[in-house]
Ligand binder design. Structure first.
Ligand SMILES: Nc1nc2c(ncn2[C@@H]2O[C@H](COP(=O)(O)OP(=O)(O)OP(=O)(O)O)[C@@H](O)[C@H]2O)c(=O)[nH]1
Ligand SMILES: *[C@@H]1O[C@H](CO)[C@@H](O)[C@H](O)[C@H]1NC(C)=O
Ligand SMILES: [Mg+2]
Length: 425
């Protein structure tokens, strides 16, 4: 019995010893392996850290510094390529955005939407204009978002500021009045500069000299559908000079004397206007359309219909033409850009309606679009599926055939739906 205990004690002593030995070995070997691994990692990170040293210091003097990255993947493991499919078919055109530095977020949203729906295939240039210099953050982020080249222009003060022929006192008191009346942007000075710039000066900016067509883009807009074609190509092939997607009535309070000025222009320049081919009816007819009368009763012969200019695609040669320059100059002298609050939308619209042939204006009815508070969404179910549209044609914001839209008027009196032209509705 005693012996047994002793033997048992020896066995358990050996087991404990072996166990301790095992632990010691495990600890030593693990820490050794760990140390080897650590050395490997250290070497690797050292290599990575200094891999681009030479390139970087070389690059700094010649090109942009290499941006840092926190990616676990090497560049060759990612698909960073853009879709080059249609590049060679590009037209002579640029996307154009007048924008302020602080609108960067909205600018990027609009860019992302248009790149996704259209431009990534074509990679048209983007031209940005501003009345103050763009800051570095704006330039960096928008250049990265663009698939095409980007250009940044500073608008000269002579193209932006209130001209000296506007009387300061009259200007201030009119602003005050319009502000008190609750007229939208009625009290804003910069809004007036912007509207006059967009009416008479955007096409004179040197950055635009080398293009024939522009596509105006604003911050915070959305393109609901894939573009089924390159709108610039349509413009060239069909000899269009002005394209729109939304048309509606203007607030008359912003343009009380605009039509007077237009009638003077018509009387002064009768040879510039061809009533047989232009769209005069579209902007003057105020009869019933379907069940709708014009939603706003106008005090002049102008029915207040205009193309919404936050989306427009245009031929710059029209705006550079003697006819348009004359038209703008005439309006500018009437001072309404400052003493009232004439918008560039009615100004562009009246100009194209008077000076262009009706068949030079195009309604892009397949391009879904939204700018607060209105949108347009293709009515055909099949189009919405084929072009991956994300919009509801029955949504409250969809203006197409609502009473405050002028689209049905365009169908009747403009270049749109010819079958409606000779009917009484
Ligand atoms: N650089 C610059 N751009 C401006 C200025 N005011 C307006 N814009 C731009 O001109 C365009 C029209 O201005 P918005 O403020 O959008 O005017 P709006 O579309 O009539 O009105 P919202 O309903 O507010 O969008 C936009 O692209 C603006 O970014 C300005 O003072 N400086
Ligand atoms: C594009 O249009 C502009 C303005 O009309 C013109 O000066 C320029 O030569 C054109 N560029 C090309 C490549 O055709
Ligand atoms: Mg806007």
């Amino acid at each position: 019995m005693k012996k047994g205990v002793t033997i048992g004690g020896i066995i358990s002593c050996t087991a404990i010893f072996a166990y301790l030995l095992f632990i010691a070995h495990a600890v030593i070997s693990t820490s050794l392996a760990h140390r080897i691994k650590e050395r490997e990692y250290f070497k690797k990170s050292f290599d990575v850290l200094h891999k681009f040293d030479q390139e970087r210091s070389f690059g700094l003097t010649r090109v942009l510094p290499k941006l840092s990255t926190n990616s676990y993947l090497e560049d060759h493991e990612k698909d960073l390529s853009r879709d080059y499919a249609y590049q060679s078919k590009r037209e002579n055109a640029t996307l154009l955005m007048l924008v302020r530095n602080w609108e960067i977020e909205g600018a990027l949203k609009s860019m992302r939407s248009l790149e996704d729906r259209f431009n990534r295939k074509y990679q048209y240039d983007w031209t940005f204009l501003n009345d103050v210099p763009f800051d570095d953050d704006f330039i960096e982020a928008t250049s990265a978002m663009a698939s095409g080249k980007t250009f940044y222009g500073l608008v000269p003060t002579s193209d932006w500021d209130k001209p000296s022929f506007i009387d300061e006192e009259e200007f201030e008191s009119n602003l005050q009045l319009m502000h008190e009346k609750g007229i939208i942007y009625g009290g804003s000075k910069s809004y007036r500069n912007m509207c006059r710039f967009n009416s008479g000066f955007f096409f004179r900016q040197t950055l635009l000299d080398r293009y024939q067509y522009y596509f105006r883009v604003e911050p915070d807009v959305q393109y609901y559908c894939d573009f089924p074609y390159d709108p610039f190509e349509i413009m060239r092939k069909q000899r269009k000079k002005y394209g729109f997607v939304i048309s509606m009535y203007e607030y008359e309070d912003t343009i009380p004397t605009l039509w007077d000025a237009v009638e003077e222009f018509i009387a002064d320049q009768p040879d510039m206007i061809d009533f047989d081919t232009n769209s005069y009816d579209f902007i003057t007819d105020d009869s019933m359309i379907g069940l709708e009368m014009p939603i706003i009763q106008s005090n002049s012969n102008y029915n207040l219909c205009h193309f919404w200019s936050n989306f427009e695609i245009g031929d710059l040669s029209f705006f550079r033409s003697k006819e348009y320059l004359n038209f703008f100059e005439h309006l500018d002298q009437r001072k309404g850009f400052y003493l009232e609050r004439w918008g560039d939308a009615p100004v562009h619209s009246i100009a194209v309606a008077l000076l262009l042939r009706q068949d030079e204006i195009i309604h892009f009815d397949e391009l879904g679009y939204y700018h607060i508070p209105f949108g347009t969404c293709p009515a055909a179910h099949s189009i919405r599926l084929r072009q991956r549209c994300m919009c509801d044609p029955n949504a409250e914001s969809n203006i197409d055939v609502k009473a405050h839209s002028c689209l049905a008027r365009w169908w009747k009196s403009g270049g749109g739906k010819y079958f409606m032209k000779h009917t009484s509705i």
